[in-house]
Design a protein around this ligand. Structure first.
Ligand code: HEM
Length: 494
């Protein structure tokens, strides 16, 4: 009798475990009705293996041929949607901007920034006000106007002085290509440039370097937050150390600038304007100053790495495509000559320079998955239901490598942006993203890239040194497309 009772209990227990397991599996794998299709999901980890691959943006572009341009994934409890192709990205981020402009609130970055700064703030009134102020202040500091040109050209002179010391030597250009935009952005933010061996500058550059590498590593735990509890997978401490380290440097500048602040004199740079605004607002000044130190880090870091990486790709394409380099040199010689520096007023006469920079943006797509977005209210796009809270990755790389839009998309060919000798703009080129969260530094980036790249090509010839392997165009990191280091030889032209 007792044996029968025990067996009955065992069956009950087994049934309970089975029902519990099936319920858990159902909830881990269940997708809401109308959610976009996507690859098979494993119990617990869901479709994580489909996205944690070597070149996820390429893998997703390939999967869009099977599932369509909107791919739905489930990674653990998290719903993820990948937007492929220009039309789909535009439909979501522009036509449905009110639903698609949030930032994910369960990522390592969000935990570290904790509502401070600009890039990682969710779509809310604080972000709207911070973005409005930041844009206004950057414009007052010269972004988008000729006033900034002199400051950029001054940095270019320092850059060329450094390069002049390395003529005919095999060098990796990346350090030089990083110091120049770093000093442009600190001039705008702090009204100050740094010598290359200044300890604060070296610290900022080193934090930036570590930041890019850590952002690339946190990817998996952002898709699948439970991974953060596994040993060796919690990058939050590393991220805290880097970002808090950057914010600490800027906090010291804020203190110094507050000490010397004079409300009667005209603000000279971004930090002056921000202090003046906080002093006027008064009330929660401590909180606002804390957030300002993170905004300064956001702008410093976004304004340095993106430009240096784009220039690094551009110079790689120049050594791999000497004919394009010679054509650019001939154009610049005709329009600017040798006796004066280039100016943005030369830009309309140098369409092939812009065509080349556009092609560099397209081929490299240095932020291939953009910055992730979050859906802030239930939305329908192209017939699919995307619930509030879904993590969204706009696959900018897919828009730039879509064979139905770009002929022979894997070939570097600036001529695709030329028509009858003039620059032909292409809507599908979206390196700065689209919609409400579009890059705030787009105008600054366009001006810097034009002036720095044209000056380099005007003054030097770049080639692969004898007995050195040509660059591979291999990407080492993927959240920001970091190139495998390569060596060039620099010869003086003028
Ligand atoms: C080649 C240069 C650059 C590229 C390719 C680039 C690209 C991007 C992309 C793809 C985004 C995300 C857009 C989205 O969320 O949909 C972004 C956001 C942002 N970028 Fe840039 N960027 C560049 C230069 C800069 C510069 C120079 C600055 C500094 C002023 C800057 C500051 C920012 C900020 C603050 C955001 C966040 C905007 C927000 O969340 O409202 N970027 N950028």
């Amino acid at each position: 009798m007792s044996i029968t009772i025990l067996a009955f209990d065992e069956i009950n227990l087994l049934l309970c475990v089975l029902i519990l397991t099936l319920t858990v599996v159902y909830f881990w794998l269940h997708r809401p009705q109308g959610f976009p299709p996507g690859p098979f999901g494993w119990p617990i980890i869901g479709s994580l293996p489909s996205i944690i691959v070597e070149e996820p943006y390429k893998a997703m572009a390939k999967l869009s041929k099977t599932y369509g341009n909107i791919i739905g994934l489930k990674t653990g409890r998290r719903l993820v949607v990948i937007l492929n192709g220009y039309d789909t990205i535009r439909t979501a981020l522009v036509k449905n901007a009110l639903a698609f402009s949030g930032r994910e609130i369960d990522t390592v970055q969000h935990e570290v920034f904790n509502g401070r700064g600009l890039i990682n703030i969710d779509y809310n009134d604080v972000w709207k006000e911070e973005r409005r102020f930041t844009l206004m202040a950057l414009r007052k500091c010269g972004m988008g106007s000729l006033r900034l040109e002199g400051k950029i050209l001054r940095e270019i002179k320092y850059m060329m002085a450094d390069l002049d010391e390395r003529i005919n030597q095999p060098i990796d250009l990346l350090d030089i290509l990083t110091q120049t935009p770093a000093n442009v952005i600190t001039t705008i933010l702090l009204g100050k440039r740094f010598d290359n061996n200044d300890t604060t500058f070296l610290k900022l550059l080193s934090l930036q370097h570590s930041f890019t590498r850590t952002v690339n590593r946190v990817g998996a735990s952002n898709f699948f937050p439970t991974l953060r509890f596994l040993p060796g997978m919690n990058y939050a401490n590393e991220m805290h150390a880097i970002i808090d380290g950057g914010a600490k440097i800027f906090r010291q500048y804020i203190k110094d600038y507050i000490r010397n602040f004079d409300s009667n004199s005209e603000p000279q740079c971004f930090i002056d304007m921000a202090i003046s605004r906080i002093e006027t607002l008064g009330d929660h000044a401590t909180m606002l100053y804390d957030s300002l130190s993170y905004t300064l880090w956001d702008l410093y870091s976004a304004g340095t790495e993106t430009i240096s990486m784009t220039l690094n790709w551009a110079m790689q394409y120049m050594v791999l495509n000497p004919k394009i380099q010679y054509k650019l040199q001939a154009d610049i010689d005709d329009v600017v000559g040798a006796s004066r520096p280039v100016s943005t007023t030369d830009r309309p006469s140098l369409p092939y320079v812009d065509a080349t920079l556009n092609e560099v943006h397209r081929m490299s797509t240095i932020v291939p998955f953009s910055v992730s977005h979050r859906v802030t209210k239930n939305a329908w796009i192209n017939g699919y239901f995307i619930p509030s809270g879904t993590y969204v990755l706009p696959n900018l790389w897919s828009a730039h490598h879509d064979a139905t839009v770009w002929d022979d998309p894997e070939t570097f060919r600036p001529d695709r942006f030329m028509k009858n000798g003039s620059l032909s703009k292409r809507l599908e080129l979206i390196p700065f993203g689209l919609g409400h969260r579009e890059c705030i530094g787009k105008q600054l980036a366009n001006m810097e890239l034009f002036l720095i790249f044209t000056s380099l090509i005007q003054n030097y010839r770049f080639s692969i040194p004898d007995n050195i392997k040509p660059p591979t165009s291999k990407c080492l990191l993927r959240a920001v497309s970091v190139l495998d280091p390569y060596i060039v030889r620099v010869q003086k032209r003028l």
